[in-house]
Design a protein around this ligand. Structure first.
Ligand code: ASP
Length: 437
């Protein structure tokens, strides 16, 4: 029998009515054997995520302020889910333990992880599945990084004797049994690790949208959905700001080629988006798959005569960034020129010191700084084999009277990146989208 690992996001488990949808989805296919829940998310735009409230409880305890009000709110939400589902499960006793642990100074990771833990207990009870505490199967090193090998082997052994289980997302424990969480949105990573450990046939990631769209719906009205996308394309789009899935959720399943299907809990009949290996896409690719972008970059352009033959120029340049603990996004170069594209959040107040050091160490003829830049990535596995993609992008921007300040085509030939002024960002996305649709 095939095995499907399903992960449900916070909005899919925000209240009892969402739990009912989730149960219907799981029970409609016997192959859905392992379920990874998030903590209850927002029920509407003004609502709070349980994870945020738990972090708040921890912050209150650390500053000596009473957290009773916030905790009671959390308690009410879980109790309402249990009673609306007509379960006899005693969630209160688990909530009391969590409260006591928080009072006793539990860590912020512990606090945050309880959202998934409590939701997992309820879901397991509701489905009649076994509950596997993630602290026993997601193994972290004592420095906080994941021990992938130990996690894979522990999960594999445990699931081999467990036909159906709920494994809460987002956390695990280190070798001293301290609870450690992934970064925010990390239940996606848990789901991917569970799927990879048993070589599942499919990893379904259930959320509140029917998969990926070709562009951000806040900028483009009703953008076309993406039915199939490769792991590499998704990586490029996610990196440039298209968010549905946690970035780190791709690697574990990509290695062994398990497809991911992004599905909508509120519209289970929609196909959603399939994320697959490059070789699994047989249909002729269209020129572009999606467009994404981000604002607030600074571009530092350097020119120096005979830069191309100067040994060690780039090494010196990059080591300056490294010394300042700055990572860069792109580094397009010409014969005697090189640009560094750096996100403002990285550069922060280190700009002057970095520029000074570049001048001193690299001795460029000219150095220019362009702040307030936005990057737009146009991604498509088909563009390498098709003529005219770049021409279309540049013409559309020129027709929209947008000045392109930087162009970079990654070595993958799957992504054309343009740098434009922040103010032109939305207009640029619209222009490129319209050129291909
Ligand atoms: N509940 C966690 C968060 O809000 C993890 C997750 O939902 O994936 O980030």
């Amino acid at each position: 029998m095939s095995t499907i690992v399903t992960k449900f996001g916070g909005s899919s488990l925000a209240d009892a009515s969402q739990f009912k949808k989730v149960k219907n989805i799981i029970l409609s296919n016997d192959e859905r054997r392992y379920v990874v829940p998030s903590a209850p998310g927002k029920r509407n735009s003004k609502d709070s995520k349980i994870t945020d409230l738990l972090y708040l409880c921890h912050a209150h305890v650390s500053t000596g302020i009473s957290f009773d009000d916030v905790f009671n709110h959390i308690k009410d939400r879980y109790c309402a889910i249990v009673s609306d589902l007509d379960l006899t499960f005693n969630i209160r006793e688990h909530l009391d333990i969590v409260k006591k642990d928080l009072e006793d100074g539990a860590s912020s990771d512990y606090a945050a992880s309880r959202g998934e833990y409590l939701n997992g207990l309820i879901l397991a009870n509701y489905l009649g599945f076994e509950f596997i505490d993630a602290k026993d199967v997601m193994i972290f090193n004592n420095d906080g990084s994941l021990d992938s090998e130990a996690t894979a082997s522990t999960l594999k052994a445990r699931l081999a004797i467990t036909p159906k289980a709920v494994i809460p997302g987002f956390y695990g424990a280190d070798k001293e049994s301290n609870i450690i969480t992934f970064s925010r949105g990390g239940s996606d990573v848990t789901g991917a690790l569970v799927a990879a450990s048993i070589d599942a046939d499919l990893y379904e990631n259930w959320t509140d949208v029917s998969g990926f769209l070709m562009a951000d719906p806040r900028i483009i009205q009703n953008p076309k959905p993406i039915s199939k996308i490769t792991y590499s394309e998704l990586r490029e789009l996610s990196y440039m700001g298209a968010s549905v899935l946690h970035e780190d959720a791709i690697f574990p399943v990509r290695e062994i080629g398990i497809p991911i299907n992004i599905k909508n809990t509120n519209k289970p009949e929609d196909e959603g988006t399939f994320i697959v290996k490059d070789t699994d896409i047989s249909s002729k690719p269209t020129a572009i798959t999606g467009i994404a972008g981000k604002k607030d970059f600074t571009v530092i352009s350097l020119s120096k005569a005979s830069m191309n033959s100067e040994l060690g120029f780039c090494r010196k340049l990059l080591s300056i960034l490294e010394q300042h603990n700055i990572s860069f996004e792109n580094m397009p170069s010409g014969i005697d020129t090189v640009c560094l594209v750096i996100s403002d959040s990285q550069l922060k107040n280190k700009k002057d010191a970095v520029l000074e050091e570049i001048k001193r160490t690299c001795n460029p003829d000219n150095i220019e700084v362009h702040p307030n830049m936005a990057m737009i990535a146009t991604v498509g596995r088909g563009m390498a084999k098709q003529r005219g993609t770049a021409a279309k992008i540049f013409t559309s921007l020129s027709n929209a009277e947008i000045n392109i300040r930087m162009i970079d085509q990654g070595s993958s030939e799957m992504n054309i990146l343009v740098g434009i002024e922040n103010d032109n960002f939305e207009k640029g996305i619209v222009a490129i989208y319209n050129a291909f649709n």
